[in-house]
Design a protein around this ligand. Structure first.
Ligand code: B3K
Ligand code: ZN
Length: 848
C-alpha cells in the first residue's frame, strides 16, 4: 500500500454547512441516520466527493431525496463530482455494532456504557462522512436509548423519555464528535467565565465512583481560570462534560464540550491514587481543556499538522503545571520524560520529524516527538521572540484563525508578522528529525582575561534523512566566578550556524560556564568537564535545572564508568549528594529528583551515545551497586530525611506535601537496602494513602522482599480496577531480572488479567518493557512473550498493540545475540497473517 503524503494534500471538493445525526442505540444494531448539507468548495480543483466509511452496513442513502446509485467499497463511497449539484442534502442510514467494536475506535461499549473515540479517523466507523480535519461543520445530535444519561457535544437542546438532543454551534471536524450513553452519575459544579457566562460542569462516572471526582473537577476549574488569565481564552458553551471510561486506548480526548477520559486520569482518592496520579489528573484535565482553543476552535488542516495542536497544547499544560506547582521541579520532570521517550525515539528506527512527511496509519504518530519535542519547539520560539513577542503572536493567531483548519506555516507566520523576525530557518525544527548534539569547548587566556566559549552543532542521520542542516538553537548561558557567585546573568546565544563563539573580555579569573540553562533547547550537550566542575555547579549554579543537571551528568558518568570497569562512586559525588539531601533551603521535591538515579535505559542511551554496546544486565548490576553505595554512605542522612519528611495531618495532594512524600519515599528506597525492608514493611502496614502504600511496596520489591505484602495488597484492593492495575504493574516492573519474564507470564494467567482492557494489558506487558534488564534477559524469553501477546492483541485492538511494539525500537543497540532475538520477534510479528495496518507499519519501520 502507498503511504499518505503531506505533499499530496488537496483541499476538500465539498464543504459541510451542517450535520444532523440521530442514533438509535442498540449493542449489536445501532442505527445512525445522517443529514448533511454539502456545498461545493470554490477553492478546490478535485471534483469527486469521497465519503469515508468503514464497517458500516448501508441501509439507505439519498441525495436531495433521490436514492444514490454508487456502491460503497471497503473504505467508503465515491460520489462522482459531475453528477453533483453545487449544494445538496445527503441523507443516509447505516447500522453498526458497538458491542463488537473491541478496537475502541468509533462507537464502542465499555461496561454497558456507549462511548466514542473518533480521533484520528474513527468517525468513519460511525457513518459516511468526509472524515478529514479540514471539513468543519456545526452538528446537532439526537440520541435515543433507554439508558438514563445521554450526552453529545455542545449544549443540551431538548430531552424526553428515552431521548436527548444536543446542539453544537461551533464548526468542528468530525474527529471531535462524541457521544456517551450510560447509567452514570455526575459530580457537578459551576464556573463563571470572565465575561460572565455561567457554565455547568459535570464529571460523569459509574455509580459508586462519584466520591473520587473532586480533584478532576478542581483541576478543571483552575484550568478554565488559567486559560483566561494566561491566554485570554474563555470557554464558549453552557456546559462542559467529562466522562470517565474504563476501556480507553490512551489518556483522554478533547471532544468539543464532552471530554472522554481514561478513568485512571479522572478518579482519585487519597486511598486509591498516588501523588503521581493526582499530578497526571491535573495535567491531563488541563491539557484536554486547553484543546478547546488550541485544537478545537483552531484545528489542523491535515494530520501532518498534528503538532500544531499537540505541541502547543502540551506547552500550555506545562506552563499551567509550572504555575500550579514548582516551576523548577516541573521543568526537570519534563526534561526527564523528553529524554526517556523522545530522545530514545530519535536514536532509533522510529525517528521522525515533528511534522512527518508521510504515514500509513496516523495513529502511529501520536508520539513523544510530535507531542513533547513539539512543545519544546514552542518553548524555544518563546525564548527567541521573547514573552511579549510570544503573546503578540498568539493573539494574532487566535484573531486571524479562529474557526479555521491551519498549518505550521500559519502558526509561524503570525510570529514572523508580530515580531518582524525571519523564522524560515527556525522552521527546520519541524522538518528535520534527530536530536542535535552541541559540542562545547572553552578557551581561557590568563594573561588578557579573555574567555571564549565555542559551540558546534551536528545532528546524526535518521531514517530517510542522511544529511542535516544547522538549526536555530537558543543556548541559555551564565557564568559563575570561582567562589560560586554569578558573574554573568543568563543570556541567550542564538546559534544559527554550525559553529558559534562567544568571547568575554576582562575576566579577573577563569569563569565557570553554566550551559543550556533551563534546558533551553532539546539537544544533547557534549562538554568534557571534570567531576570537580560538575560538583561545583551542583553546589552553586543559580539555575535550578542546571544545578540538577550537573548532578545528573555526574551520576551518569559514574554509572557509565561502573558499567565499563566495575569502578565505585567516589566520595566527591557521595558527599555532594549528601549535602543536597540535607540542604533544607532546597525544595524537598527537588531533592527527591536529585536522589533519583538515572534509569537503566538512560544509561543504555548514554553508552550508545559513546559508541558502545549496552549490556542490560551489566547496567542493572552497576545501577544496583551505585544505589547501594549511596545507601551505605548516607544512611544517617537518609534516616533523618525519612523521619523529617513525614506529612502530619490528613493527606493532601498539594505540591508541598507531595514533594515531602517524594523525598521520604526516595529515602526509604535507599534505606531498604540497609535495613532489608524493615522500615518499608512498617510503613506499608500503617499507610493510610496509596502514595505511601505503593512507595513502601516498591521499596520492598526492590530488595527482593514484599511477597506477603503483595498478597495482602491484592486482598485489600481486589474490588478496585485501577488499584489492581498498579498491583500487576509494580510486580513486573520491579521484579529481579532473572524472574521478570516468569512473573509477567504467570500474571497473564491470573484470573484478573483481562487482556482486552488496555490499562490491564499495559500493566503487565507494558511494565515488562520498562523492566529493562528483565525484558532483555539473555535467551530472549521477554521478547518472545511480548511478541506472542502483541500478535494476540492485534486483531482485537491494533492501536494498543502498535503502541506497545515500540518496546522493540532499540533493537539495533544491542549485541548480536539480542539483536537476533529481537529481530526474530519483530519478524514473527510482521509475518502474522492479516496483521493490522498499525502494527505492519511499526514493524516495517523498526526492521528498516
Ligand atoms: N488528541 C487526543 C489523542 C488522540 C489519539 C488518537 N490515537 C488526546 C490528546 O492529545 O489530548
Ligand atoms: Zn492533546
Amino acid at each position: 500500500p502507498q503511504p499518505i503524503r503531506l505533499a499530496d494534500y488537496t483541499p476538500p471538493p465539498f464543504l459541510v454547512e451542517g450535520v444532523a445525526l440521530t442514533f438509535r442505540l442498540a449493542p449489536r444494531a445501532t442505527r445512525v441516520t445522517s443529514r448533511i448539507r454539502f456545498r461545493r468548495n470554490p477553492d478546490a480543483q478535485a471534483q469527486d466527493l469521497r465519503l469515508d466509511g468503514e464497517g458500516l452496513r448501508l441501509i439507505s442513502a439519498t441525495i436531495d431525496g433521490v436514492p444514490i446509485t454508487a456502491q460503497p467499497d471497503a473504505t467508503g463511497l465515491t460520489l462522482p463530482g459531475g453528477d453533483l449539484p453545487d449544494a445538496f442534502d445527503w441523507a443516509a442510514e447505516v447500522e453498526i455494532a458497538p458491542e463488537e467494536n473491541t478496537a475502541l475506535e468509533g462507537l464502542y461499549m465499555s461496561n454497558g456504557m456507549y462511548c466514542t473515540q473518533c480521533e484520528a479517523e474513527g468517525f468513519r466507523k460511525i457513518t459516511f462522512y468526509p472524515d478529514r480535519p479540514d471539513v468543519m461543520a456545526p452538528f446537532t445530535v439526537r440520541v435515543e436509548s433507554e439508558l438514563p444519561v445521554l450526552l453529545s457535544n455542545g449544549n443540551p437542546s431538548a430531552q424526553g423519555d428515552g431521548w436527548a438532543e444536543w446542539d453544537d454551534p461551533w464548526p468542528k471536524p468530525a474527529y471531535l464528535f462524541a457521544l456517551v450513553a450510560g447509567d452514570l452519575v455526575a459530580h457537578s459544579d459551576a464556573f463563571a467565565t470572565a465575561s460572565g457566562r455561567a457554565v455547568a460542569l459535570n464529571v460523569w462516572v459509574r455509580p459508586g465512583d462519584e466520591g473520587r471526582c473532586a480533584y478532576a473537577m478542581d483541576s478543571l476549574k483552575r484550568s478554565m481560570r488559567w486559560d483566561e488569565e494566561a491566554y485570554g481564552r474563555e470557554y464558549d458553551l453552557d456546559v462542559f462534560n467529562i466522562v470517565a471510561v474504563d476501556d480507553f486506548n490512551m489518556g483522554a480526548m478533547e471532544n468539543k464540550g464532552l471530554n472522554v477520559f481514561n478513568s485512571k486520569y479522572v478518579l482519585a482518592s487519597s486511598e486509591t491514587a498516588t501523588d503521581a496520579d493526582f499530578d497526571n489528573i491535573e495535567r491531563i484535565v488541563a491539557h484536554e481543556y486547553f484543546h478547546n482553543w488550541t485544537g478545537n476552535r483552531i484545528t489542523c488542516r491535515d494530520w501532518f499538522q498534528l503538532c500544531l495542536k499537540e505541541g502547543l497544547t502540551v506547552f500550555r499544560d506545562q506552563q499551567f503545571s509550572a504555575d500550579m506547582r514548582s516551576a523548577a521541579v516541573k521543568r526537570i520532570e519534563d526534561v526527564l520524560s523528553l529524554r526517556a521517550r523522545q530522545f530514545r525515539e530519535d536514536q532509533g528506527p522510529l525517528a521522525h520529524p515533528v511534522r512527518p512527511d508521510s504515514y500509513h496509519e496516523i495513529n502511529n504518530f501520536y508520539t513523544a516527538t510530535v507531542y513533547e519535542k513539539g512543545a519544546e519547539i514552542i518553548r524555544m520560539l518563546r525564548t527567541l521572540v521573547g514573552e511579549d513577542g510570544y503573546d503578540a503572536g498568539v493573539r494574532l493567531y487566535f484573531d486571524r484563525h479562529d474557526g479555521q483548519a491551519c498549518t505550521i506555516e500559519d502558526w509561524l507566520a503570525v510570529f514572523a508578522e508580530a515580531t518582524g523576525r525571519d523564522l524560515s530557518q527556525f522552521a527546520r525544527w519541524y522538518a528535520q528529525a534527530g536530536t542535535p548534539r552541541l559540542r562545547v569547548t572553552e578557551d581561557w587566556d590568563e594573561g588578557t582575561g579573555r574567555f571564549t566559549l565555542t559551540l558546534e552543532q551536528s545532528t546524526p542521520p535518521t531514517p530517510g534523512q542522511p544529511d542535516k542542516a544547522p538549526q536555530v538553537i537558543p543556548v541559555a548561558v551564565g557564568l559563575l566566578g570561582p567562589a560560586g557567585d554569578e558573574i554573568m546573568a543568563t543570556r541567550v546565544i542564538e546559534m544559527t550556524d554550525t559553529r558559534h563563539s562567544l568571547t568575554i573580555e576582562g575576566m579577573p579569573a577563569r569563569p565557570v560556564p553554566s550551559i543550556l540553562r533551563g534546558f533551553s533547547a532539546p539537544v544533547v550537550v557534549e562538554h568534557a568537564v571534570t567531576p570537580e566542575r560538575r560538583a561545583f555547579l551542583m553546589a552553586h549554579d543559580t539555575d535550578p535545572f542546571s544545578r540538577w543537571e550537573a548532578g545528573r551528568g555526574l551520576a551518569r558518568e559514574i554509572l557509565v564508568a561502573m558499567v565499563r570497569d566495575g569502578a565505585a562512586p567516589g566520595p566527591d559525588y557521595l558527599d555532594a549528594l549528601a549535602v543536597t539531601l540535607s540542604d533544607e533551603r532546597l525544595d524537598p521535591a527537588f531533592r527527591a529528583l536529585c536522589l533519583r538515579a538515572p534509569s537503566e535505559d538512560d544509561i543504555a542511551q548514554a553508552l550508545v551515545d559513546a559508541g558502545e554496546t549496552p549490556d542490560p544486565m551489566a547496567i542493572h548490576t552497576a545501577r544496583e551497586r551505585f544505589q547501594r553505595a549511596i545507601a551505605a554512605h548516607m544512611d544517617d542522612g537518609l534516616a533523618r530525611a525519612f523521619i523529617a519528611m513525614e506529612t502530619p495531618g490528613p493527606y493532601s495532594p498539594d505540591a508541598r506535601d507531595a514533594g515531602r512524600r517524594a523525598l521520604r519515599l526516595a529515602a526509604l528506597a535507599y534505606l531498604s537496602r540497609n535495613d532489608g525492608g524493615d522500615r518499608a514493611a512498617r510503613l506499608f502496614a500503617g499507610a493510610d494513602n496509596m502514595t505511601e502504600q505503593m512507595g513502601a511496596l516498591g521499596a520492598l520489591l526492590q530488595v527482593g522482599a514484599g511477597q506477603s505484602e503483595v498478597a495482602r495488597f491484592h486482598r485489600q484492593w481486589a474490588h478496585d480496577r485501577l488499584v489492581v492495575d498498579k498491583w500487576f504493574a509494580v510486580q513486573v516492573a520491579l521484579a529481579a531480572p532473572e524472574s521478570a519474564v516468569e512473573t509477567a507470564r504467570s500474571l497473564t494467567r491470573h484470573p484478573d488479567f483481562d487482556w482486552k482492557n488496555p490499562n490491564r494489558f499495559r500493566s503487565v506487558l507494558g511494565a515488562l518493557a520498562t523492566n529493562a534488564a528483565g525484558f532483555h534477559a539473555p535467551g530472549g524469553a521477554g521478547y518472545a512473550l511480548l511478541a506472542d501477546w502483541l500478535i494476540q492483541l492485534d486483531p482485537v485492538n491494533p492501536q494498543t498493540a502498535a503502541r506497545l511494539s515500540t518496546a522493540f525500537e532499540t533493537w539495533r543497540r544491542y549485541d548480536p545475540a539480542r539483536q537476533g532475538a529481537m529481530r526474530a520477534a519483530l519478524e514473527r510479528i510482521r509475518a502474522t497473517p492479516d496483521l493490522s495496518r498499525d502494527l505492519s507499519e511499526m514493524t516495517a519501520r523498526m526492521l528498516g
